[in-house]
Design a protein around this ligand. Structure first.
Ligand code: AVJ
Length: 321
């Protein structure tokens, strides 16, 4: 199975390494230093994220899978027969498998991901397990315009965006993204979205600062990656992981805290850190069911159904127009 490259395939005008360097240089020069969260996911970072999902404190992944299992028949019932299912940022196919087992009459599955090699290997194993399903992978950045591949059925199109990835976007950008999915999917589309919920601060704080220190390693790997790929000289032992839920903004913030005054050199430039200064590395917004309905509404969608787990930790929504 070879991924189709759509018109968005030149993922950016500049080479990825140049883009990474440019983004880090901009981030380190800002008053509040930051690095975009998408740079967590090199091979080591992706493995560390998988390890995070197995930590007892990190409830989102297993809770969402529980909802997909328990409410699978209900979720399947909102998707029309002979639908084509497009997954935005498919990554591993763990979650869609839970849905596919309930969608007996799906016409085609379209995983969309930037990582072409990962896309190909995941599509191949999936096709072994679902031999009658037409799998049409697309290598594209799902945040940018792209066209659906040829070979879809005449049936309606549905989107799938699990994992609360929506939480990584600032709320106005999250609304734009949902509207963009609407344009990609077309008029009569349905969109299934996984959204992490606001809850007790202690539960949220622990989920992003597990006792085994896996999230800390995930966060610090960003500095290792900048050293490895961009030749910086971060002393990673002089930075510490910090994560906390900020109720005012309803988001988890992750930072790397400089443990002492220090200077770091990257691409011939020096960046000074005072003791206690941070690099902001991630936001993960949490919504109430009502708050997410408002966001969907701004983006031109109606929330037709919402499902949650018995402890109301996580939610899955079916959006229609
Ligand atoms: C992959 C964005 C859903 O925000 O929970 C996990 C990433 N960061 N632990 C999240 C993450 C730290 C995760 N998302």
């Amino acid at each position: 199975i070879n991924p189709v490259f759509t018109d968005a395939t030149p993922l950016s005008a500049v080479a990825p390494e140049q883009q990474f360097l440019d983004d880090v240089l901009v981030g380190l020069a800002a008053a509040q230093k930051f690095v975009p969260a998408k740079y967590f996911y090199d091979e080591i970072g992706s493995d560390l994220f998988e390890a995070i999902t197995r930590q007892p404190e990190y409830y989102p992944t297993r809770t969402e899978i529980g909802i997909l299992d328990a409410s699978g028949p209900d979720i399947a019932a909102v998707l029309p027969a002979q639908a084509n299912l497009v997954e935005f940022g498919s990554g591993s196919t763990v979650k869609v498998r839970r849905l596919l087992s309930h969608l007996r009459d799906l016409a085609a599955y379209v995983p969309v991901d930037v990582s072409e090699s990962f896309l190909r290997s995941e599509a191949e194993t999936l096709s072994g397990d679902f031999p009658n399903l037409s799998i049409l992978p697309v290598a594209a950045d799902f945040t940018r315009p792209f066209t659906l591949p040829e070979g879809l059925s005449d049936g309606p199109v549905a989107g799938f965006f699990p994992g609360s990835t929506i939480g990584n976007f600032e709320p106005p950008q999250a609304a734009h993204l949902l509207a963009h999915f609407g344009r990609v999917l077309g008029r009569d589309a349905t969109l299934i979205v996984g959204v992490d919920l606001v809850k007790d601060k202690a539960v949220l704080d622990a989920a992003y600062d597990d006792a085994a220190g896996v999230t800390a390693r995930f966060n610090l790997n960003l500095l290792d990656r900048i050293n490895r790929e961009l030749g910086a000289d971060f002393d990673t032992a002089s930075f510490a992981h910090r994560a906390f839920f900020a109720p005012e903004t309803s988001r988890i913030e992750m930072h790397l805290v400089s443990l002492r005054a220090q200077e770091v050199v990257l691409a011939g430039r020096r960046f000074g850190f005072s003791a206690g200064e941070t690099i902001h590395t991630e936001n993960s917004y949490k919504y109430t069911i009502e708050g997410f309905r408002g966001l969907a509404d701004q983006a031109g969608w109606n929330v037709a159904r919402s499902w949650t787990d018995p402890h109301r930790l996580f939610s899955v929504h079916a959006l229609t127009r």
